[in-house]
Ligand binder design. Structure first.
Ligand SMILES: Cc1cc2nc3c(=O)[nH]c(=O)nc-3n(C[C@H](O)[C@H](O)[C@H](O)COP(=O)(O)OP(=O)(O)OC[C@H]3O[C@@H](n4cnc5c(N)ncnc54)[C@H](O)[C@@H]3O)c2cc1C
Length: 371
């Protein structure tokens, strides 16, 4: 029989920003807290690494402090985002913001949570979750060994494919998109202190960003077999023609991930958020900002709201779900209000790429002003 550990009041599954925020707040409020991640930490994450909105910057500063140099990359701050099409002038959104490799940034957040008293386990993968007499029984594989945990409160901060969400709410499935990232050594004829977005006339696109002596190409292909190969070729051709990309360059590495759908709501109805004492946060709950996909801000915000709900519920001996669901309503209605009316973007692009660019600029500007 595998050993059962029941010393924790709350188990937070997933060591991204949502999980670290939740674990930190639970631990500093006296709850015995476990923060676990299936990967070896620090772990890589497909993400541009912009700390974009005022909301993100404020939450990080207030909860975790100023990011130390080791949590930032080179450049430590970017000056903004440049949007490009082949037909129009480049449009620039000037906005200085911190810039990170997510492995380093998230590991800093992990260690702040640990410093506040949360126990941190890596290589601890949750394999099965069951409700059991008012508690949650988790089966894990920890460093290759089976282990069972029992906990009264469970926070699912386990990303887009969240096993916690899929156990609690098997239906409806989340609408997701695929992202592919390629990392190349070298330079391009593009300013390294901006992130660069490129749009084709079909509105599909890619972005390029620079970190130290590498540059990264990030692409969202259609969920069709082999489409990503075509999209990478398209991007490389544009970069070779205009920005000095050397055709045939091989990436140092390539990775990818799923992310909640950005251009339409990830669930047909309300977001699944909580049941009894199990709460879902961040990407697991599909809480990214519409259109831009920004998600560090909403991950931290929802992680903190889940922790507050757990703290309240444990004081009062009540269920955490009601506290959390009601706390999320303002955030949810803000996010819902950020989807452009259906067809608006296509309509704008029908008038010409200049109009499309202005619509994109509006979307990013309002996302940055999110507080
Ligand atoms: C291409 C791209 C670019 C992006 N750029 C930005 C950007 O510039 N700025 C921004 O704010 N956002 C950006 N985002 C979004 C952002 O990356 C996410 O919204 C954010 O990481 C969500 O944080 P999270 O804590 O909810 O989940 P995650 O960061 O995904 O963390 C989830 C964790 O759960 C762990 N886990 C999963 N399953 C299990 C299990 N069974 N057991 C244990 N652990 C498990 C995973 O290993 C992972 O570490 C981008 C996303 C993509 C795809």
């Amino acid at each position: 029989m595998c050993p059962v550990d029941s010393k924790f009041d709350v188990v937070v599954v997933g060591g991204g920003p949502a999980g670290s925020a939740a674990a930190k707040r639970c631990a500093e409020n006296g709850l015995k807290t476990l923060l676990l991640d299936k990967r070896r930490l620090p772990r890589a994450k497909v993400c541009t690494g912009m700390i974009m909105s005022e909301m993100a910057q404020n939450l990080i500063r207030e909860e975790f402090g100023s990011p130390p140099p080791e949590a930032l990359t080179t450049p430590s701050h970017i000056r903004g985002i440049k949007f490009r099409t082949q037909e129009t002038e480049t449009v620039t959104l000037e906005r200085r913001m911190p810039f990170v490799w997510r492995s380093d940034f998230d590991y800093w957040l992990n260690r702040v949570a640990q410093g506040k008293g949360a126990e941190l386990w890596d290589r601890a993968k949750v394999k099965h979750i069951a409700e059991d007499k008012g508690a949650y029984a988790l089966d894990l594989e920890r460093e290759g060994e089976p282990l069972s945990l029992r906990t009264r409160f469970l926070i699912g901060a386990d990303g887009t494919l969240s096993p916690v969400r899929r156990t609690l709410f098997p239906e409806p499935p989340m609408k997701v998109q695929i992202n592919i990232r390629l990392c190349f050594q070298g330079k391009l004829d593009l300013e390294p202190d901006y992130v660069h977005y490129f749009y084709f006339p079909d509105l599909n696109g890619f972005d390029v960003n620079f970190k130290g002596d590498v540059f990264l190409l990030e692409i969202t292909p259609k969920p069709v077999r082999g489409d990503w190969i075509h999209r990478v070729q398209q991007a490389e051709e544009w970069l070779a023609r205009d920005y000095g990309f050397v055709p045939g360059s091989q990436p140092l590495w390539r990775d990818g991930c799923y992310e909640p759908a950005m251009s339409r709501p990830p669930f047909p109805g309300p977001h699944p958020l909580a049941k009894d004492n199990a709460l879902i946060v961040g990407n697991a709950a599909g809480l990214n900002v519409p259109m831009t996909g920004e998600g560090i801000n909403t991950a931290i915000k929802s992680g903190l709201m889940a922790a507050d709900a757990v703290i309240e519920a444990s004081k009062r001996g009540e269920k955490a779900a009601d506290f959390y669901i009601s706390a999320c309503q303002t955030l949810l209605s803000t996010l819902e209000g950020m989807y452009p009316p259906p067809g608006k973007i296509r309509q704008e692009s029908g008038k010409g790429m200049k109009y499309f660019m202005s619509a994109i600029l509006d979307i990013y500007s309002s996302s940055m002003n999110l507080t």
